[in-house]
Design a protein. Structure first.
Length: 258
């Protein structure tokens, strides 16, 4: 059976998590209300103990049993739905080998072979030496019209977390389909193509870039060139395709344990 979680669901969590592990929930103990200020009505704060089965990604070593704090709906069945089940946990070190801090309220995914395989694939991509950089926005766009109708080229430079060059290119020729490419470097490779779906480069483009070019990216272009660049960018995003998210069910809000 395939995983119910999309590539983006898991990449969202894994990208923010220095620690990813599989673990079975052993115990859940409700924390008295007087020791849990600020908890919303209808919610309880709980201390959770889990037996670690495997470490998929680790900033530091984890103990065989870890604890973390998590808010759950007050109904008794909420805790029962979690206890005894095995999950993939996404978090960071809680300061000690036996402490973990989940990164969000949906940072526990029920473990299935398909979900674990997808998590391991994505984590391996994130840790790869040639992983594409994190895209943080759009820089400048340029468009050059051709000498005949239907001919033109648009190049769009992206901003990245580490400053590495990334650019998009859209080349149009009369009577030919547009050619779309992504360059990871200073030189634009004319053989570059759209990355396949469910890969890290696709995720960092399709799931992060806006649907349209911002006005400041077009500020230096004449109106006709700006319109052409905007149309080319929209066509590029259409080729990338949508970034589906299944929105994992809310298990409760997580907090640092200590």
């Amino acid at each position: 059976m395939p995983s119910p979680y999309s590539y983006a669901d898991i990449a969202d969590l894994a990208s923010l998590s220095p620690t990813v592990a599989t673990a079975r929930i052993r115990n859940i103990s409700m924390i008295p209300a007087e020791r849990a200020p600020g908890v919303a009505a209808g919610v309880t704060r709980n201390y959770v103990e889990a037996d670690v089965q495997s470490l998929i990604r680790g900033e530091v070593a984890l103990a065989r049993r870890v604890g973390f704090v998590m808010d759950l709906p007050a109904q008794r069945r909420a805790a029962q739905a979690v206890k005894g089940k095995t999950f993939v946990l996404f978090g960071r070190s809680g300061g000690q080998p036996d402490r973990l801090q989940l990164i969000s309220s949906s940072a526990l995914l029920p473990l299935t072979p398909a979900t674990e395989a997808k998590v391991r694939t994505i984590v391996a991509e994130l840790l790869s030496a040639d992983a594409p950089p994190v895209i943080t926005g759009i820089g400048e766009a340029f468009h050059v019209a051709g000498t005949v109708a239907g001919e033109g080229e648009t190049q769009i430079f992206l901003a990245t977390q580490g400053g590495q060059p990334v650019s998009l290119s859209i080349i149009r020729r009369p009577d030919l389909a547009p050619r779309f490419g992504v360059a990871l470097g200073e030189v634009v490779d004319e053989a570059a193509a759209i990355p396949p779906a469910d890969t890290l480069l696709w995720y960092r483009l399709a799931c992060i870039l806006p649907a349209a070019l911002p006005a400041d990216a077009l500020a230096k272009l004449e109106a006709a060139d700006a319109d052409a660049a905007q149309a080319d960018y929209r066509a590029f995003m259409g080729q990338l395709g949508a970034c589906p998210r299944a929105k994992p069910p809310l298990l409760g809000n997580s907090h640092a344990s200590g």
